[in-house]
Design a protein. Structure first.
Lengths: 286, 288
């Protein structure tokens, strides 16, 4: 079983657009949306929800006002500034339970926290695991780990040999959680100075965790000079640029129609996607 | 006033709006720009500040004094993040899991855990075009951006207009960046992705008790559903930036919109005064 994760560092470079097209092109696979706090892959793959599960993660402190003597010790020890005027702000509380352990009146309890939901769905391209992190919740890394594990279980049960994963932006907790143990990362960048800066950092993360990476330059013709700089930079880091996708409004038209671009058009973008998939399939041997 | 610029979806133009807004106002009032997208900070690429201060950001993690330890296991028992394990006469500490809450060292009956600093990032402070510039950078390979974001926000001086460039998404780094703002501008694009992530961002901002307003970037692209949503939810659309290859090219070269096309300066000034005058309730303005 092989797993590809599509990440980018910078947001909005085209991860989901590319994953949706790869989903339409690949066979014998399961899709997983690891961008659990702004999940968009469902808008292109139109999943039919089969199973829904609550995701309980972490705890939040609650003060019992009847027992509280207002000594203020909890407020003094909390390093997350989550207790103000002897009231716990559940958004700031990181669930460390320091206050619970030290309260001399045992007035604090730790309550389980419903952090989101995850879903197993069917799409016309195969099974899909996705999730929705609750509003203003933490632990997105744990929810990512959960959806990836579910995808692996489905792949094993159904004899699928490929996991296609749409990753989150950034380089922190949910990205690390998406990346660990994956066979290959596809890094989607754009020829902007921000795109180059963020690519350098995400390559660093891939190398830190020992995951091989390939690069795709999306909208490469928006700035040829920067596209060239990306190619030179990747070459210097020993990373291959395997795809250059031109800017084309057809990508947005496909999105508005709720379709992967390869299902909507047969133009240059669609051809590039098909070429990209052949390269990935060859590298992974799927 | 603290004004945060967020989006839900990445790549919609948060940094474009934050930098041009800051530049448009810096000649008439003190402005701070705080880039809280510490995983992938980009505002410095456009503003090119000269940095005068570099401060390491560390979180306190426990270190064991083996001579004092009685291997009672209390530290492992109280750690909510499973960052300490005690097996027989072995104590294992997993620094990358530690949130730095301090419970283990405080509660250790033998005082055998002292706290040491573990560096997770850096905050840099400088100036650019009359703007006081602050950003944070999470070290590559580190998972937790919130301690770095907290350090960036400590530099809010309370007197200047503080413009916060927020990371994408809706989870803890966004909440940490946006909370305590007086107003949150949500930058979106008129596509189904833009709309989906805008609705999540609006819910997050409202959960925090902060009023949202919308900037539609790449106006003319996609469909009209973002606009219909804003009307339905009574969220003001305060600025539209058209789909224009010239604007995209300027950004790709690291040039701010108001420097590349100076006529935009007035639109950004108006954006700010619309927020101040029409959108913020008078009581909230005078509070700050």
């Amino acid at each position: 079983m092989k797993e590809l994760v599509v990440i980018s560092g910078k947001g909005g470079t085209g991860k989901t657009t590319i994953v949706a097209s790869l989903a339409a092109l690949a066979t014998n696979k399961v899709m997983v949306d690891c961008d659990v706090d702004a999940a968009d892959l469902d808008l292109l793959l139109q999943p039919m929800e089969q199973k829904r599960h609550d995701f309980w993660s972490g705890q939040k402190a609650v003060i019992d006002n009847e027992k509280c003597t207002q000594c203020g010790l909890c407020q003094d020890v909390c390093r997350f500034d989550a207790i103000r005027e002897l009231h716990v702000d559940p958004v700031s509380c990181e669930g460390c339970a320091f206050c619970y352990h030290i309260c001399p009146e045992e007035a604090i309890t730790m309550q389980e926290n419903l952090a989101g939901r995850w879903f197993i769905s069917e799409t016309k391209y195969g099974p899909m695991v996705h999730a929705r992190l609750g509003i203003a919740q933490e632990n997105s890394g744990k929810l990512v780990a959960m959806v990836r594990q579910q995808a692996r279980d489905i792949a094993e049960k159904r004899g699928l040999d490929f996991i296609l994963s749409d990753g989150p932006p950034g380089i922190g907790c949910p990205v690390i959680s998406s990346l660990g143990g994956a066979n290959l990362a596809l890094l989607v960048t754009e020829p902007t100075l921000s795109g180059i800066h963020d690519l350098e950092r995400i390559i660093g993360v891939c190398q830190h965790f020992g995951v091989p990476a390939l690069v795709c330059i999306n909208k490469y013709d928006m700035n040829d000079e920067n596209a060239h700089r990306i190619e030179e930079y990747c070459c210097s880091r020993g990373i291959e640029v395997v795809s250059r996708i031109p800017f084309d409004n057809v990508v947005i038209e496909a999105l508005v129609h709720g379709l992967p671009v390869v299902e909507y058009a047969q133009n240059g973008v669609a051809r590039q996607m098909a070429q990209l998939w052949r390269t990935i399939a060859e590298v992974l041997g799927v | 006033m603290i004004l945060s610029i967020a989006s839900g979806k990445g790549g919609t133009g948060k940094t474009l709006v934050a930098t041009s807004l800051a530049l448009s106002l810096a000649q008439e009032r003190p402005v701070q720009l705080l880039d809280c997208d510490v995983e992938e900070p980009n505002a410095h690429i456009l503003l090119r500040p000269s940095f005068s201060q570099h401060q390491k950001v560390s979180i306190p993690i426990p270190a064991l004094d083996e001579e004092k330890c009685s291997y009672c296991g209390k530290c492992a028992e109280v750690c909510a993040y499973k960052a300490i394990a005690v097996f027989g006469d072995h104590v294992l500490i997993f620094p990358e899991l530690c949130h730095g809450c301090g419970a283990c060292s405080y509660l250790c009956p033998e005082n055998a855990l002292v706290e040491i600093d573990r560096e997770v990032g850096v905050v840099e402070i400088g100036r650019s075009n009359g703007i006081e510039f602050v950003h944070g950078k999470l070290s590559v390979g580190e998972a937790m951006p919130t301690p770095v974001i907290r350090e960036v926000k400590k530099h809010i001086n309370g007197k200047s207009l503080a413009i916060i460039d927020v990371p994408p998404g809706t989870s803890c780094p966004v909440v940490e960046s946006v909370k305590d703002s007086d107003f949150c501008l949500l930058v979106t694009e008129p596509t189904p992705f833009g709309l989906n992530d805008l609705t999540l961002a609006v819910d997050t901002v409202k959960e925090l008790g902060i009023q949202p307003g919308v900037v539609i970037n790449r106006d003319g692209l996609g469909d009209s559903k973002v606009e219909e949503y804003c009307l339905r939810r009574d969220i003001p659309i305060l600025l539209r930036i058209p789909l224009d290859i010239e604007i995209a090219r300027l950004y790709s070269r690291g040039i701010t919109l108001v420097e590349g096309i100076p006529e935009w300066r007035e639109a950004f000034r108006k954006l700010y005064y619309d927020i101040e005058r029409n959108v913020l309730t008078p009581t909230k303005v005078s509070d700050k």
